[in-house]
Design a protein around this ligand. Structure first.
Ligand SMILES: [Zn+2]
Ligand SMILES: [Zn+2]
Length: 354
């Protein structure tokens, strides 16, 4: 079968690999439908590592995906061949203290698709535990199914904030995760949503997508702008979704006393800076988002009910054979890209702009 694998920095190749073995008890083999190209895939492409997770040549990427069930193993009763499912990419151990306490996202032994410890979904087929598969309603497309993974991260971020109806938030960074966080926060009752983002097209998208205001850190002091917009008080919750050097500290500065800072972004040099006096004097709560947990059923509901539009974020769709072009597009923030998605079923051809 075909797979898109990383061979070094900026080096993605489509290669032939052995298909997965038949599903064992409790497992399924899936025919991949659509795979989103995540910021973390891009980290591996640009830096070759995320923290201590270092890419080995031939690593198959991709963890945001939907798929059709191809075959089911013994004891799998809730899935049948042909069904379209969204797939949770994390495979926690299920036995450790943290899994047992209901926090599989922080399992130290978790395996994660498209990372150095588990094969990814940028391939024709993948084998997964059946319990990772969530059947999709007929109204949902493979691309929407792939977008449920980043939507899950946004849901988890808003869960961590314990947002209350009528509160005011800021989202720093209007990439797909920031935009989805804004949309989920709005669905959860946020009254006012401020966004900061250096790319013009992303600020414009954020305004259309429901932000009350979108500020440009390159032409204005975004901390002053948000403080001014809130009458000097600051927002109840600031979500950092940029992974830039300055954004965690900006998030702390725009948050009101006693408010919360939720850090979602992955910083490019693996270091995060906060000014101690700012977080300390305001008594801020700072939480870091580790992927997600228990979000798929709610993500499906949010999309199926129309509360959150994920399809609008999938701006470009590529065939698997053009995976290298998808990475290059995301790398350059070119052509108005938000999420580039690989349509694995699509025959060779051009990128479709949506
Ligand atoms: Zn992702
Ligand atoms: Zn565990």
């Amino acid at each position: 079968m075909r797979a898109a694998a990383l061979f070094g920095l900026h080096d993605v190749r489509v290669i032939e690999v052995e298909p997965p073995a038949s599903p064992g008890p409790g497992e399924v083999v899936l025919r991949v439908a659509a795979v989103g190209l995540c910021g973390s895939d891009h980290h591996y492409y640009q830096e070759g590592a995320i923290g201590s997770d270092v890419v080995e040549a031939g690593m198959i990427g991709g963890h945001e995906f939907s798929a059709w069930v191809a075959s089911v193993g013994e004891g799998v009763t809730h899935l049948s061949p042909g069904q379209l499912v969204a797939v949770e990419p994390a495979i926690p151990c299920g036995r450790c203290e943290f899994c047992q306490a209901g926090h599989p996202n922080i399992c130290p032994d978790v395996r994660f698709c498209g990372s150095p410890n588990h094969v990814g979904a940028m391939a024709d087929y993948i084998r997964m535990p059946a319990e990772n598969c969530f059947p999709l309603p007929e109204t949902m497309t493979p691309v929407e199914g792939a977008m449920l993974e980043p939507l899950g991260v946004a849901i988890h971020a808003v869960d961590l904030a314990h947002l209350r109806v009528g509160q005011t938030i800021a989202v720093l960074g209007a990439g797909p995760i920031g935009l989805l966080t804004a949309a989920v926060a709005r669905a959860a009752g946020a009254a006012t949503v401020y966004v900061t983002e250096p790319l013009d097209y992303r600020r414009a998208f954020a305004r259309k997508y429901g932000a009350d205001a979108a500020f440009d850190p390159e032409t204005e002091d975004v901390v002053d702008a948000i403080l001014a917009a809130t009458g000097g008080r600051g927002v109840d919750v600031a979500f950092e979704a940029a992974g830039a050097a300055e954004t965690p500290d900006q998030a702390a500065q725009v948050t009101r006393p006693g408010g919360k800072v939720i850090v979602i972004g992955i910083p490019y040099d693996d270091t995060m800076t906060l000014t101690a006096s700012v977080v300390r004097r305001k008594g801020l709560t700072v939480k870091l988002v580790r992927r997600m947990k228990h979000t798929y059923p709610r993500a499906i509901q949010l999309v199926d009910s129309g509360a959150v539009d994920v399809a609008a974020l999938a701006t470009h769709v590529f065939p698997l054979t053009s995976a290298d072009r998808a990475f290059a597009l995301v790398d350059g923030h070119r052509d108005g890209v938000l999420r580039a998605v690989i349509d694995v079923g699509q025959e060779d051809g051009d990128c479709t702009e949506r």
